[in-house]
Ligand binder design. Structure first.
Ligand SMILES: N[C@@H](CCC(=O)N[C@@H](CS)C(=O)NCC(=O)O)C(=O)O
Length: 193
C-alpha cells in the first residue's frame, strides 16, 4: 500500500516531502490546505491530533511531526542510508540531532527571525547564535552532519536553515551558508510553494 503524505505546499510539509524524495520511495500526496482549514477537520485530527501539517500514513501506521516522519522513513528504508545504522557509535549523535533540530534549533531560529527576546534558556533552548555554534561544531568539516553521508539530520537542520534564508534571515556564518548552498544544490533538495 502506498504511503500518503498529508501536504500543503506552503508549509513545513515540504520537509517530509524532501525526506521522501531523498529516499526515492513511492508515496501519494493528499493535498490538505491550511487556507481551507482542512487540517482542522475531524478526519485529519484522527491522523494528527495537533491539527498541523504534515502527517504521513503508512497502512495502519500514522506519523506526525517532521522529525518523527524523517526517522520513520530512514528506519523503514535502511538501504537508502539516510541514518547511521542502529548499533553504530554515530547513532546516538544522530538521534540527538534529530530531536535537537526541533526542540532547540527551530525555536531558536524562530525567535531570531521574529525578533523575540526572552530568557530563552528557561524555555529549554538557547539563543540563535549559540544554536548556530552548535550546528557548526557538529558539521565539522562536512560536507554533511555525518561527513560524506547525507542523513535525515541534514533534512531537519538543513530545512530550518533553508527557511531562514528564504525568509530573508542573514546568518553571518560562511560555513553554514556554504552548507545551505550544498543542500539546495541536491537534485531532490527542498522546494518552496
Ligand atoms: N513541529 C511540527 C510543526 C508543524 C507546523 O507548525 N505546521 C504548520 C505549517 S508550517 C501548520 O500546520 N500550521 C497550521 C496551524 O497551526 O493551524 C512539525 O515539524 O511537523
Amino acid at each position: 500500500m502506498t504511503m500518503q503524505l498529508y501536504f500543503d505546499p506552503q508549509s513545513r510539509s515540504q520537509v517530509a516531502k524532501w525526506m521522501l524524495d531523498e529516499a526515492e520511495v513511492d508515496y501519494e500526496i493528499v493535498t490538505t490546505l491550511i487556507k481551507d482549514k482542512a487540517h482542522k477537520r475531524p478526519e485529519y485530527l484522527k491522523i494528527n491530533p495537533s491539527g498541523k501539517l504534515p502527517a504521513l500514513v503508512d497502512g495502519r501506521t500514522r506519523i506526525f511531526e517532521n522529525a518523527a516522519i524523517c526517522m520513520y522513513i530512514a528506519e523503514k528504508f535502511p538501504g537508502k542510508r539516510l541514518a547511521p545504522s542502529v548499533g553504530t557509535p554515530e547513532r546516538g549523535r544522530y538521534l540527538s540531532l534529530m530531536v535537537y533540530s526541533t526542540a532547540q534549533f527551530e525555536p531558536a531560529m524562530g525567535d531570531s527571525l521574529m525578533k523575540i527576546r526572552s530568557n530563552n534558556s528557561a524555555r529549554g533552548w538557547t539563543n540563535f547564535e549559540e544554536a548556530k555554534n552548535a550546528v557548526e561544531r557538529e558539521l565539522g568539516d562536512g560536507p554533511y552532519l555525518f561527513g560524506a553521508q547525507f542523513t535525515a539530520a541534514d533534512v531537519m537542520i538543513g530545512s530550518c536553515l533553508i527557511w531562514h534564508r528564504a525568509f530573508g534571515g542573514k546568518l553571518n556564518r560562511p560555513k553554514l551558508d556554504a552548507y545551505i548552498d550544498r543542500l539546495q544544490a541536491r537534485p531532490k533538495g527542498m522546494k518552496f510553494g
